[in-house]
Design a protein around this ligand. Structure first.
Ligand code: NAD
Ligand code: MLT
Length: 528
């Protein structure tokens, strides 16, 4: 299949080289499209690559009828409507590691520029003003840097600040005393950090929980003369409250790289001499831009080729070594789901998946998604995929349970899927036989050994002499060849099951004739 990839924000040409190299991928770089133009054209594309400028809204996604993947060349995904992407089965990937260093360096550069009034002094000198008195600064040595959000960038900033002999104190919900000690920094609550710091830098993502987390109340508890840095995201700091705090003299200055609305060209904060600013340049280095574009291009190529991606945003991130271990089970998991839904022919209320043996000690969330995908496809069609399977199940009120057990029941690995419907519970188990591929090994309580593929018939009957022959001749009458047959029974003369694989679909007429046989309790045609 040929794929069209749209790059709608400027990306490093070297970075997107891997994409241009792929024969069936056609790359279009259009970085000046208005939102309306983008909406008009988006249906042409299977992949969209953006930085922070393109707003990937729900409206845009609703028009993106062929879009399979959105690649964000950078960390922040606040310009992408993740819920809308997930609901529409579009995977979002980002490049979280490539610009960490550049963003940390920029943060330190901004802190230095702020402490020594470098931009203001430079600006004055450009205007032929030699003023040494006005631009006296402060040292950062022995000052306390408060870091809010100690993730990748926050931690790099901490290391650099320590190199500048600053005292560092941080707040991050994941920061423990032990980790802070290892890093040689202090830690506290948000309030403690805000109260103690001479410089405060924020490095959280922008989310509803962090929007305006630094606000008028926060400025009130800070030290007088504090300096603020934001190289993370506009909106983490309330810009109006910051303006007031600077004008009142509480805050001595601010260094801002990011803004609530970008481009940020017409804002009163820019009129204040105490504010130094750059136009969202944190990640704008040759190195970072190349790395993020390469990372995201590689994930787009992998995804379009059906391979595992490294940096999914709207799927749980599973380490690649685990992903490679469980990838061979994807097909089995999906087929178990489809088999079971065909067998019951009813919408499930609850799905419970148990992983045993080799699968009991590893992350299996992607297998659960594949099983649920297999179940839902029968009712919701082919737009169900790994990305939206659990969302759609939840929306349809289907409870999904996942459990693990080390008990192997004689198999080195086993996936058992149980579904609860209005009329009862049905169960199927499958295993991956080393060298032989996937096998169905249990249907309800009966043992079988069948490859889950192609056309199948599951017949529940009474264990009596002649039944198998009668069923065989009925099927033969309809010119259908039986490829394999598995039979099992509860006890002699009791309930029994027959699982056949046949060479073509079992038509309604043949199905009805089979059902009319006296000993038959249930016949289900399954196409995998
Ligand atoms: P990260 O995910 O590694 O770190 C974010 C940290 O914030 C995490 O440790 C998380 O626990 C913490 N956090 C979340 N909510 C918090 C809260 N309420 N209070 C305190 N901490 C909280 O992300 P990162 O790669 O370090 O990026 C940090 C920010 O920098 C993001 O907003 C990203 O978009 C931005 N960024 C900006 C530029 C730029 O060009 N200016 C470049 C790269 C990244
Ligand atoms: C990011 O979140 O990675 C940055 O905003 C970088 C960018 O794309 O400009």
């Amino acid at each position: 299949m040929a794929y069209n990839v749209l790059i709608s924000d400027p990306l490093s040409e070297e970075g997107i080289h891997p994409l241009r190299e792929v024969e069936n991928i056609h790359v279009v770089m259009e970085t000046d499209l208005s939102p309306a133009q983008l909406e008009d054209r988006i249906a042409e594309f299977h992949a969209l690559l953006v930085r922070s400028q393109t707003q990937v809204t729900r409206e845009l996604i609703s028009k993106a009828t062929n879009l399979k993947i959105i690649g964000r060349a950078g960390v922040g995904v606040d310009n992408i409507d993740l819920d809308a992407a997930t609901e529409n089965g579009i995977i979002v990937v980002n490049a979280p590691n490539g610009n960490t260093n550049s963003a940390a360096e920029h943060t330190v550069a901004m802190m230095m520029a702020l402490s020594r009034n470098i931009p203001q002094a430079f600006h004055a000198l450009k205007n032929r003003k030699w003023d040494r008195k006005k631009y006296v600064g402060v040292e950062i040595r022995n000052k306390t840097l408060g870091i809010v959000g100690l993730g990748r960038i926050g931690a790099e900033v901490a290391a650099r600040a320590k190199g500048q002999r600053m005292d560092v104190i941080a707040y991050d919900p994941f920061l423990t005393a032990e980790k802070a000690e290892q890093m040689g920094i202090g830690y506290g609550t948000l309030e403690e950090v805000l109260k103690k710091a001479d410089f405060i830098t924020v490095h959280t993502p922008l989310m509803k929980e962090t929007r305006h987390m630094i606000n008028a109340k926060s400025f009130e508890i800070m030290k007088s003369g504090v300096k603020i840095i934001n190289c993370a995201r506009g909106g983490i700091i309330d810009e109006d409250a910051l303006y007031d705090a600077i004008v009142s003299g509480k805050v001595a200055g601010a260094a801002l790289d990011v803004f609530e609305e970008e481009p940020f060209i017409d804002h009163r904060l820019l009129d204040l001499e105490q504010v130094v600013a750059t136009p969202h340049l944190g990640a704008s280095t040759i190195e970072a831009q190349e790395i993020v574009a390469i990372d995201v291009s590689r994930d787009v190529i992998s995804f379009l080729n059906g391979d595992v991606v490294n940096n999914p945003v709207n799927l749980p991130s599973v380490p690649s070594e685990i992903m490679h271990k469980i990838a061979p089970y994807f097909h089995l998991a999906e087929k178990l789901g489809t088999f079971l839904i065909d067998l019951t022919n009813e919408v499930p209320e609850e799905v419970s998946i148990t992983y045993s043996g080799d699968l009991s000690g590893i992350e299996v969330a992607p297998l659960t998604r594949n099983t649920v995908k297999g179940l839902l496809k029968r009712y919701l069609g082919s737009h169900v995929n790994d990305v939206n399977a659990l969302y759609l199940a939840d929306k349809k009120g289907i409870k999904v349970n996942e459990s693990k057990t080390s008990s192997t029941k004689g198999f080195t690995n086993l996936i058992t899927v149980v579904i609860k419907t209005n009329s009862g519970t049905r169960k199927v188990s499958g295993t991956l036989l080393n060298g032989f591929g996937p096998r169905l090994v249990k249907v309800d309580e009966y043992s079988v050994d069948v490859t889950p593929q192609g056309h199948m018939v599951v017949i529940q009957h009474v264990d009596q002499p002649g039944v198998i022959g009668r069923m065989g001749s009925t099927i033969a009458k309809h010119n259908i060849n039986i490829a394999t047959m598995q039979v099992d029974r509860s006890d002699i003369g009791g309930n029994a099951i027959m699982v056949l694989t046949i060479d073509k679909h079992l038509e309604t007429e043949a199905l009805a004739e089979l059902k009319s046989l006296e000993e038959i309790k249930e016949v289900t045609a399954i196409d995998l």
